[in-house]
Design a protein around this ligand. Sequence first.
Ligand SMILES: [Zn+2]
Length: 450
Amino acid sequence: MTRTDWYGHRVATERAQEKRRCGHRARLALTPVQTRLVDAQAHAARTMWNLLHDWWTMLPNAKRTLAAADAEIRRARREIDWLAALPAQAAQAVLKTYFQAWRNYWDGRAGVPHFKARARTVMSVDIPQGRDLRIKRVHRRWGMVNIPKIGRVRFRWTRGLPIGKAADCDNKITGARLVKDPLGWHIAFRVQTVGPVPEPHTGPEVGIDAGVIIPLALSDGHHQDHGRAAHLPDGTADRDKWLNPDERIKLLRLEQQAAHRKSFRKPGQKASNRLNRTYDRIASLRATAKRRANDWQHRTTTRLASTYGVIVVEKLDIPNMVKRVGGTTEKPGKNVAQKSGLNRSISLEAWGRTVTMLTYKAARRGGTLHQVPASGTSRRCSVCGFTTRGSRESQAVFVCKNRDCGWSGNADLNAARNVLHLYRTGRALVPAAGRAVVRRPRGVKPATAP
Ligand SMILES: [Zn+2]
């Protein structure tokens, strides 16, 4: 690339640079003793949140300040000795996350912050400062990281990280978060890099529909399918479609075992250690399935983002869709059981994740993602444009009711072509940047936010 300078000479210019932030998750190899220590830190972090929440919600508005909250956290760490298991930096991170949670609520991005119950909370500890981590690569497959108050811990090295000579003020690791899932403790690094702004992607345009029969139907017919049926023969969503036949049998046996053990439990009695172990095994099988699904989504979205320059998807209004399916008490919705609950939430969650992945992957390759309004895409004929109810004869087949057209074909393909058509005719939605819908209840003044 060249530009003309003040004297009229052509000089080469460097491409504009852009800052990118991304996360990288790696599995930690903790010893049983270290695992217990990290568990204790996570419980302390959760308790800290709960204490802060109690204190904040009891206090009159005028006294809610960041300084007072900070003093409160320091006092709690002095007075409750097991809270000291949590490093001071991590305690500060709890405070920061707590205030961010209120800000998200005031801006309408999230629900109101709530008490974190022991059983339902994801265990996590923040390491807010990158320099505390002192990361080193020790083997082709292993790295070493320093975890405050725990020590040096190995983690799986699966991707190059900006450390040592590769690190500078632009490219660095700015922090990390320890997160526990049923497969154990993981570390999620916050990676910041600076690179050239990508050249505009010149690939073709494509419309994508979250299909009922095909997981991702593409308007050019290159459907993306993982080859696993989404539904059981009775029409309900198959939540374990990512498990192999052997694993399904194992899961069924574990579930029967859990139900049997549970039948001996009296009301109010705590679950036995045996029962808890069975629950852990079920959770780890489910986590394996989820990991496979995630892997497929990542590989598929990467392929789509590198092939296509313009990707068009439907804008799904998820909260409203869930509401509409349920209907009201006077007028309940149709087929509520098939559409709502687990069925719906699984497919919607997967679709939401796909769109998120496509957004950042397309941007990184110079492509763009557009959203179009979702109304009528499954009822309109993509050949002649005739729209009527009942053209979608079944989940799989679309037959045009226009006598002169009569096109019939895959219903998901038809919807994907309609999605692309909406974009080509200028119906793409403009993202409402900075115009978040404010859902602020009366009585809570945003001025009290720090
Ligand atoms: Zn038609």
